[in-house]
Ligand binder design. Structure first.
Ligand SMILES: Nc1ncnc2c1ncn2[C@@H]1O[C@H](COP(=O)(O)OP(=O)(O)OP(=O)(O)O)[C@@H](O)[C@H]1O
Length: 545
């Protein structure tokens, strides 16, 4: 039965691919005979949209195949290292449009997950969804305390759909990897699908999203620049997330922002500030900044505050990543391409045998035209994108966390410039980078290092006299043991020497006794032999002790 369903789905996928003529996009040299045979046997399926561009045909195919393929396309759109630009740009337009599911099903899902009837937990549950997407749907309600909330519910049955489609994708990727191994070594289709499966599974677990939101809220506790709604953890479950309802102006509604009297310049600058604070202070950033997830508070528009929701995707950076970013940005700022190239080699991002001059020249070629523009118009995101693409040609491995950051940076810049076209990103970001660098390498770094270790030393301080006493006692004991050992060694050597001497002496007396025996001096010879035995016994004892 399951196999039958899989076959039906496979046919559906194949038909959609042929309807949009995607088979024609495969280069002739890769059209191996099994694929040609399969194509010929499906002769009734034809390209129905030959007039559309290839990017558009790919996008429409994915949209028709449903959420798993749509999200896959969205993920691929950020991997510009794998795709030609026209396809990547078209994939970035993929829309996650699906009809909402019945509110009664949402109610059932919530009750099943939380183990109680909705009325026992919440008031005013609205069965009409506030918003609906492919994986989850959002409903409004109130806590028993009166607090307005929204409840995010995972779409019933979506896990099965995802499992089935991702398994099919996996089979297709394995087949491609087998049929065209030389191409696959670079594109790594199986690994790409596996990475995707993990991303989807993460999105399916709302407890993860809840934990991310709690962390981000804690990081910006009391902040004037960013507000993150409260999560009500006691009502949360893998399939259900309950959080404070917010009322804000969607960031894409510029007219409403202006009508509310928002200080647009400050709002745009604060967007950049919030982003760099997340990256350089917290190493934890919201990485799904699409306009549906960012709002602006109605309150105090002259001192505007951002509101962020949907922490399903977050990025984290380690100390090395941050250092790499800050140093590179500052080097760009000074147009010091040699430094950029050296930084990549020094930190091991590109192999140590990379020719720095060649790398420097490649970076200059792609970045210098960008710097032709006034600094205020330059996009950090594009600078990073171009740098990553160049570095990859020099064998720098893809760093997913940096790609996520670069994508988010492009969003932040886009939104910032849409709000305030003269936004000078460098001016807003530079103090952050410089301050961070100071803290990492300047005198502040030393102070910070000491400060970081201070609690450890404070904890150890009372133990120090005892530790010193112990150390001295140990040293004395060791000294005594060493002297003893030395003495023992010397005696041992002396005794061995004496033993060897006695053994040689025994051999001589034996020789003498044998001679005396030959001269008929048997008494003397006997005494000599007894002496030999005594001397050997003594010698043997000394040697073996
Ligand atoms: N706390 C909230 N207060 C008010 N509205 C909210 C809240 N959380 C979500 N919404 C509304 O629900 C919509 C979808 O929420 P969210 O982005 O969390 O869901 P999603 O399923 O991850 O959607 P997408 O895939 O589009 O990001 C938001 O765009 C917003 O309009």
């Amino acid at each position: 039965m399951r196999k039958l369903r899989e076959l039906r789905r496979l046919y559906q996928i194949g038909r959609t691919l042929f309807d949009y003529g995607l088979d024609e996009l495969i280069p002739a040299r890769l059209q191996i005979w099994p694929a040609r045979m399969a194509r010929k046997s499906l002769f009734w399926l034809k390209n129905k949209h030959p007039d559309l561009s290839r990017g558009k045909r790919i996008r429409l195919t994915l949209e028709q195949l449903g959420p798993v393929f749509i999200k896959f396309g969205q993920m691929l759109s950020t991997r510009r290292d794998l795709l030609p630009p026209d396809i990547a740009e078209e994939l970035a337009l993929l829309q996650d449009r699906v009809p909402p599911f019945d509110g009664k099903l949402a109610r059932q899902q919530i009750e099943l997950s939380l183990g109680q009837p909705i009325e026992a937990l919440f008031d005013d549950f609205d069965e009409n969804p506030l918003a609906s997407a492919s994986i989850a749907q959002v409903h409004t309600a109130r806590l028993k305390t009166g607090q307005e909330i929204v409840i995010k519910v995972i779409r019933p049955g979506i896990k099965r759909v995802i499992d089935a489609d991702v398994s099919l994708m996996h089979s297709m990727a394995t087949l491609i990897a087998r049929l065209v191994p030389e191409r696959s070594s670079r594109l790594r289709p199986v690994e790409v699908v596996e990475e995707y499966r993990k991303t989807l599974l993460d999105e399916l677990n709302l407890l993860r999203e809840g934990a991310n939101a709690i962390q981000l809220r804690r990081n910006f506790e009391g902040s004037r620049t960013l507000y993150v709604p409260e999560i009500y953890s006691s009502y949360c479950h893998e399939n259900v997330l309950v959080m404070e309802r917010i009322y804000g102006i969607p960031v894409s509604d510029t007219d409403a922002l202006i009508a509310n009297g928002t200080n647009m310049q400050l709002l745009a600058e604060r967007g950049v500030e919030v982003f760099f604070t997340q990256v350089f202070r917290d190493s934890f950033f919201h990485a799904d900044m699409h306009p549906g997830n960012i709002f602006v508070s109605y309150e105090h528009p002259e001192d505007p505050q951002w509101i962020g929701i949907d922490c399903g995707i977050v990025g984290t950076l380690n100390r090395d990543d941050k250092r790499y970013l800050a140093e590179n940005f500052l080097a760009f700022f000074n147009r010091d391409y040699r430094k950029v190239a050296e930084l990549h080699v020094e930190s091991g991002w590109v192999p140590s045998d990379t020719k720095v001059e060649e790398f420097e020249s490649a970076i200059r070629t792609v970045l210098e035209p960008i710097f032709e523009k006034p600094l205020s118009e330059i996009s950090f995101g594009h600078v990073l994108l171009n740098l990553f693409n160049t570095a990859r040609r020099f064998n720098m491995a893809v760093q997913p966390q940096l790609v996520l950051l670069q994508k988010t940076l492009l969003y932040v810049e886009g939104v910032g410039r849409q709000l305030y076209p003269q936004l000078d990103l460098w001016k807003t970001a530079k103090p952050f980078l410089e301050d961070w660098m100071q803290k990492q390498v300047g005198y502040k770094a030393v102070i910070n290092g000491v400060r970081e270790k201070a609690p450890y030393w404070a904890e150890k301080l009372p133990e120090i006299p005892e530790l010193v006493y112990d150390a001295l006692r140990q040293a004395k004991l060791q000294q005594r043991q060493m002297a003893g050992l030395y003495e023992h060694n010397a005696t041992h050597h002396r005794r061995r020497g004496q033993g060897q001497y006695l053994l040689v002496m025994g051999a001589s007396t034996l020789l003498a006794s044998t001679l005396l025996l030959g001269m008929d001096e048997s008494r003397l010879a006997l005494s000599g032999m007894v002496l030999t035995l005594v001397v050997w016994w003594l010698g043997w004892r000394r040697v073996t002790q």
